[in-house]
Design a protein around this ligand. Structure first.
Ligand SMILES: Cc1ncc(COP(=O)(O)O)c(C=O)c1O
Length: 487
C-alpha cells in the first residue's frame, strides 16, 4: 500500500470532522463517489500542497524521480497535457522560436498559441506500407538548429502513438551543444526503462524535461502523469510557475494516491510483470507470423506493446479492420488510421487478451487470403506527405485570434485554416491555424471522412460531426477558414 493511501485511510478513521471541501464531506454521493469519497480530501493540515510541496507530496515526487532516474519530478493531475504546456512555456520565452516535432500532440500546439511562439517543424518520413510516421533523425535536428540559431528549445514525441522511438541520447547531445533544452513528450512511454527488453526512458538518456502519462501504459487512472526535469538548461522556477497556472488548484488526492501505488507496483514487480508480458507478447507475434495478408509493424528499437496492423492484400482499410475487430470479435482497438489499426498491450493485459486478438487476426487473415488473389496491392490511403508542409500564411497565434467562416471542403484549397484539422486519435494536426489548405490535404481529408474516420475541424453545415448519418444524408463536409478580408 502507498504511503499516501495509508495516510488518507487513517485520516478517514481518525474522527476529524470536515468543515472544508470537497462538498461530499467524504460520504454523500452516487455509486462512483461511494468508492472513493473516504479518500477524497483537499489540502488540509498534514497533507501538503502540490503547488508548493514540502511534505508527503514532496516525498512522493522524490520517489517518482528515483524510479525514472530523474533529478526532479512533478506529479501531474491534468494529464501530460498540463506537462507539455508547462514545459514549452517554461523553455521558450513569449514570441520565441521552438523546433517542434510536426507529430506533436495538440497540447504542444496549444502552448505555441498561448505563448505566441514561432514554430519550426521537424517532419518524419512515412513508414512504407503502414503510412505512420517514422522516427526523427539526429541529423535532421542538427540541420534545423544550424539553419535557425535562435531556436530556444526542441520538442520531440518519443515513443510515438505507434511505438516508434527516436535516438534521444544522440539528439540530446546535439541540442545541448547549442545550449538549449530538449523536451521529450514521452506520454506513451511511462513503461520505458523498467526492463532491458524495452528502450531506456528519456530522462536517463539526457533529455531536460520529459512528460509521461502514467495512465496510458501503467496501472494508473486517467489524467495521471509525471514531468521530470534534469540538468540546468530547464528554468525550474518558470516551470513551477507554469505548472501552477495550467494545473488545477485542487489536485485530486485520489489520483495522487493512485499514482504512488502505480509506481510502487510497476517498479517493485518490474521483473515479474514485464517478464511475463514479454513472454506473452513474443508468443503472440510468433503465432501471427503465419499471416499472409495482415502485416505487423516492427522496426528497430520499437516499443513492445504497440500492435500496428495493416492489411497488405488491399481489402480492408484501417477503419474496416477496426470495425471488424470491434463488431465481430468484441475487441476494442485504440484507434484506426487510413491504413492501419493500433491495438495497445500493457502489463495489465491478461492471457485472454492476447489469445482473443491472436485468434481474431489469424481468422481474419485466413478469410482475406481466401478472398484475395494473393498479390500485394498498392496502398493509396496513407498520411499525406508530411515532409511537404502546407504553406503558412500566419502564425497559429495570429490566425486563431481572427474571425473564421465555414466553407465547403471542396472550395477550401488555397484558403487559410482558422481552426486545427486533425484526426483524433492521434490528434496530430493536418493543418494548424494559419496554414493553407492544399489540394493534397483536401483530398486526404475527404478520404478520411468517406472512410468514417473522425476528423476534428470538419463538420456538416449545421455543425454536426461528419459521421455516417451525415454522409448518408449527402451532407457536405465543411471546414473553417479565415475570412478573406482579414488576411
Ligand atoms: C503524444 C501525446 N502527448 C500528450 C498527450 C496528452 O496526454 P494526456 O491525455 O495524459 O493529457 C497525448 C494524448 O493522447 C499524446 O498522445
Amino acid at each position: 500500500m502507498g504511503e499516501l493511501y495509508e495516510k488518507l485511510k487513517a485520516y478517514d478513521e481518525s474522527g476529524y470532522y470536515p468543515y472544508h471541501m470537497p462538498g461530499h464531506k467524504r460520504r454523500l454521493g452516487g455509486s462512483v463517489l461511494e468508492r472513493i469519497a473516504s479518500l477524497d480530501i483537499t489540502e488540509i493540515d498534514g497533507f501538503d500542497n502540490l503547488h508548493d510541496a514540502d511534505g508527503i507530496l514532496k516525498r512522493l515526487q522524490e520517489k517518482a524521480a528515483r524510479v525514472y532516474g530523474a533529478e526532479e519530478s512533478f506529479y501531474l493531475i491534468n494529464g501530460s497535457t498540463a506537462g507539455v504546456l508547462a514545459a514549452i512555456s517554461a523553455a521558450v520565452p513569449q514570441d520565441g522560436k521552438i523546433l517542434l516535432d510536426r507529430g506533436a500532440h495538440r497540447s504542444a500546439y496549444h502552448a505555441v498559441y498561448l505563448r505566441n511562439l514561432d514554430a519550426r517543424y521537424l517532419t518524419a518520413d512515412s513508414i512504407e506500407g503502414f503510412g505512420c510516421r517514422d522516427r526523427i533523425r539526429p541529423r535532421q535536428v542538427e540541420k534545423a538548429l544550424a539553419e535557425e540559431p535562435d531556436i530556444r528549445a526542441v520538442f520531440l514525441v518519443s515513443p510515438t502513438y505507434e511505438g516508434i522511438v527516436s535516438d534521444i541520447e544522440e539528439i540530446a547531445k546535439i541540442v545541448h551543444a547549442r545550449g538549449i533544452p530538449l523536451i521529450v513528450d514521452e506520454a506513451h512511454g511511462a513503461h520505458l526503462g523498467f526492463h532491458p527488453a524495452w528502450p531506456q526512458n528519456s530522462s536517463r538518456l539526457g533529455a531536460d524535461m520529459v512528460i509521461q502519462s502514467l495512465h496510458k501504459t501503467l496501472p494508473s487512472p486517467t489524467q495521471t502523469a509525471l514531468l521530470h526535469v534534469n540538468g540546468n538548461l530547464a528554468d525550474r522556477r518558470k516551470l513551477r510557475r507554469f505548472l501552477s497556472i495550467y494545473q488545477s488548484s485542487s489536485p485530486s488526492y485520489v489520483l495522487m494516491a493512485a499514482m504512488e501505488e502505480a509506481l510502487e507496483i510497476t517498479a517493485g514487480r518490474a521483473e515479474e510483470l514485464f517478464g511475463a508480458f514479454l513472454r506473452r507478447w513474443d508468443t503472440m507475434l510468433a503465432e501471427l507470423e503465419q499471416c499472409r495478408c495482415l502485416r505487423f509493424l516492427r522496426t528497430e528499437g520499437m516499443d513492445k506493446g504497440k500492435l500496428v496492423i495493416t492489411d497488405r492484400s488491399g481489402t480492408l482499410t484501417g477503419k474496416e479492420l477496426y470495425e471488424r475487430l470491434l463488431e465481430r470479435y468484441r475487441l476494442q482497438p485504440e484507434m484506426a488510421a487510413g491504413n492501419y489499426v493500433l491495438a495497445m498491450f500493457t502489463i495489465g493485459d491478461t492471457e485472454e487478451g492476447f489469445c482473443r486478438m491472436t485468434r481474431a487476426l489469424l481468422e481474419t487473415d485466413k478469410e482475406l487470403r481466401e478472398g484475395s488473389d494473393g498479390g500485394e496491392k498498392p496502398k493509396e490511403f496513407s498520411w499525406p506527405d508530411i515532409n511537404r508542409l502546407p504553406p503558412r500564411a500566419l502564425s497559429p497565434g495570429e490566425a486563431w485570434e481572427r474571425t473564421g467562416e465555414k466553407i465547403p471542403l471542396s472550395r477550401a484549397a488555397g484558403r487559410t485554416a482558422s481552426e486545427f484539422v486533425f484526426l483524433y486519435p492521434p490528434g496530430i494536426p493536418l493543418l494548424v491555424p494559419g496554414e493553407c489548405f492544399t489540394e493534397e490535404i483536401c483530398g486526404y481529408i475527404r478520404r478520411c471522412v468517406e472512410n468514417g474516420l473522425r476528423v476534428t475541424g470538419v463538420s456538416s453545415a449545421g455543425g454536426e460531426r461528419m459521421g455516417s448519418e451525415a454522409r448518408a444524408a449527402g451532407m457536405e463536409a465543411m471546414v473553417t477558414v479565415l475570412k478573406r478580408q482579414e488576411r
